[in-house]
Write a protein that binds this ligand. Structure first.
Ligand code: ADP
Length: 270
């Protein structure tokens, strides 16, 4: 009868709804699990620099109490250097967390200006050399004699290059790192290549995702946000980023950026 049919329809409708609810519920649980896991990693990572920082400050104040006169300069300098490094690490972690909330709130804005990419890359590499030297990885820059001009966000581009170089140093096993810049398709192509630990193939597809850290037997630390932020920034500037890697052999990250000035302006110097 009609009422039986209506009843059957209603049942089917309810069944479909509860299936949909079950799916949403599973999704929500997974999102909560990922967030909890991330909170625990993030708290741990934020706490790591705090321990040496507070130890150094305590030691410094003990020294101050011990010396009635001026404390030897080299002693103060060594404490300050360690402290400043840890504060820098904390600032970078907090900066990444802020960037991720800006991205999810859709509040990430770019300040585009006309830039010459060669000198920008050179600056970042030069600034990074002391840090790379500490880990033993020589940084080699290959940038030919040409200008690559375009409209990009200077600070954000510096952040992209720093992220990739930082990873290459961190996972590079102390082997040489090659940074290469070349004109490409009216814009630029930047590659950062290391000869380090490499990445397992199954981790590659999700490497640029939020909170993704490829697991390895050694804990390298890190929030797994750098590549997510890198990809978001590059795509916001109209470019793309990709990775090729072989486990135990090393990784190559490539960033391709359009210039937004038109191909004729990405000029070849005489
Ligand atoms: P993290 O702060 O953990 O380094 P990233 O988002 O920068 O976060 O990188 C995500 C993960 O990708 C890292 O945890 C690491 O497992 C892997 N990874 C990134 N760069 C490299 C590299 N050059 N060599 C090997 N693994 C890398």
């Amino acid at each position: 009868s009609t009422s039986d049919l209506a009843f059957a329809k209603e049942l089917a409708h309810r069944a479909a709804l509860s299936l949909e609810n079950a799916r949403l519920y599973a999704e929500a649980r997974e999102a909560i699990r990922l967030r909890d896991e991330f909170m625990s990693i993030a708290s741990h990572e934020l706490k790591t620099p705090l321990t040496p920082l507070s130890l150094k400050l305590q030691a410094l104040s003990r020294e101050l109490a011990r010396h009635p006169g001026p404390v030897p300069r080299n002693l103060v300098e060594s404490y300050v250097a360690v402290g400043a490094r840890q504060v820098q690490k904390l600032a970078e972690l907090v900066g990444d967390l802020l960037d991720v909330s800006r991205i999810s709130a859709g509040r990430l804005s770019l300040e585009l200006e006309e830039l010459e990419l060669g000198s920008l890359v050179r600056d970042v590499v030069t600034r990074y050399e002391p840090q790379a030297a500490r880990t033993g990885s020589p940084l080699q820059l290959e940038a030919g004699d040409f200008d690559i001009v375009g409209r990009w966000d200077r600070l954000r581009l510096e952040q992209v290059i720093t992220n990739l170089v930082d990873n290459a140093v961190k996972y590079g096993n102390g082997r040489p790192i090659h940074v290469r810049l070349e004109p490409h398709d009216g814009g630029a192509r930047l590659t950062v290549r290391d000869e380090g630990i490499g990445i397992e193939p199954q981790h590659l597809p999700r490497l640029f995702g939020r909170f993704e850290r490829a697991v390895s037997e050694r804990n390298y630390g890190g929030l797994g946000l750098g590549l997510y932020i890198t990809r978001t920034l590059v795509e916001a500037m109209g470019g793309r980023v990709h990775v090729e890697s072989r486990l135990g052999r090393g990784s190559t990250f490539t960033v391709e950026l359009p210039s937004h000035l038109g191909a004729e302006q990405a000029r070849q110097a005489p």
